[in-house]
Design a binder for this molecule. Structure first.
Ligand code: SAH
Length: 250
């Protein structure tokens, strides 16, 4: 009886054996990183822990989302360094250290997921992807059409049904999703727009960079604001450097 060739045997007989391919130089970085990016991300997570991030859900999300898929191919080899990177239209993706710090502040030590979260400044969509693992719903607003479209493209393959991308001026918030358990801004203004405080749930927390008063040249610090039944309580934390919160859309 003629033996039916098994799949590998058939492959051997019809396909030429691949020749050893020399390791390409720069061109190989994206694909190579894609294959072992898990290990690179774990090193990044260890560095985040070294910087004092302890929230295990935040660390897990940072270890899961492939930051290299959100930056231009020329920047892929810097994707897991603790640095902000250009994403086009004069904007930047925030440093992993800052993304995780703000996420940890938003969660405020809780065990369970956050409810609905509003993000102002979608940019390339990276932080929205991280937040999608920490919240039941993420509403993310971007004022630049080009970046809103880019984020949609970047997030498509991740299929995150709880991320809702919106195009508009985030200073007005997004009333339809309110009240929010948390609001996070990735762009810094002079003051917190009143709509954000209105749309924050009682018991909710807002984390945003704000331009510190009296400062020259727009120095910013991280503001943490808690809305309680008695009113708002806020504190200014460390200095940060974010792109400016602008008005209108473009
Ligand atoms: N979270 C983003 C960071 C993007 S940088 C990321 O992970 O990539 C901040 C973004 O805020 C920029 O894309 C900028 O266009 C946007 N932005 C600034 N002012 C805004 C506003 N009023 N409404 C919505 N987005 C705004």
């Amino acid at each position: 009886m003629k033996k039916r060739p098994t799949f590998p045997a058939q492959l051997e007989s019809t396909v030429a054996k691949p020749r050893a391919v020399p390791l390409p130089l720069l061109g190989s970085v994206p694909q190579g990183l894609g294959m072992d990016s898990q290990a690179v991300r774990q090193r990044m997570v260890q560095k985040l822990q070294g910087q004092g991030i302890t929230d295990s859900a935040v660390l897990a999300a940072m270890g899961t989302v492939e930051r290299h898929r959100f930056v231009d191919s020329a920047l892929v080899n810097q994707a897991y360094e603790d640095t902000s990177l250009p994403i086009g239209l004069g904007q930047t993706i925030s440093k992993p250290g800052v993304v995780s710090r703000m996420a940890e502040l938003l969660r405020n030590g809780r065990q369970e997921k956050l409810g609905r979260v509003l993000e102002i400044g979608t940019g390339c969509g990276y932080q929205a992807a991280v937040l999608s693992f920490l919240a039941t719903e993420v509403y993310s607003i971007e004022r630049l059409r080009g970046l809103h479209d880019k984020a949609r493209e970047n997030l498509r393959h991740l299929r995150l049904p709880n991320v809702h991308l919106l195009f508009g001026d985030g200073r007005e918030g997004y009333a339809k999703g309110a009240p929010y358990a948390a609001i996070i801004a990735a762009a810094g203004g002079e003051a917190v727009p009143p709509a954000w405080i209105d749309q924050l749930a009682v018991g909710g927390r807002l984390v945003a960079p704000v331009v510190t008063s009296g400062a020259q040249g727009g120095s910013q610090a991280l503001l943490v604001l808690d809305k309680t039944a008695q009113g708002v309580r806020s504190s200014l934390l460390e200095a940060v450097h974010f792109v400016p919160l602008k008005s209108g859309v473009a």
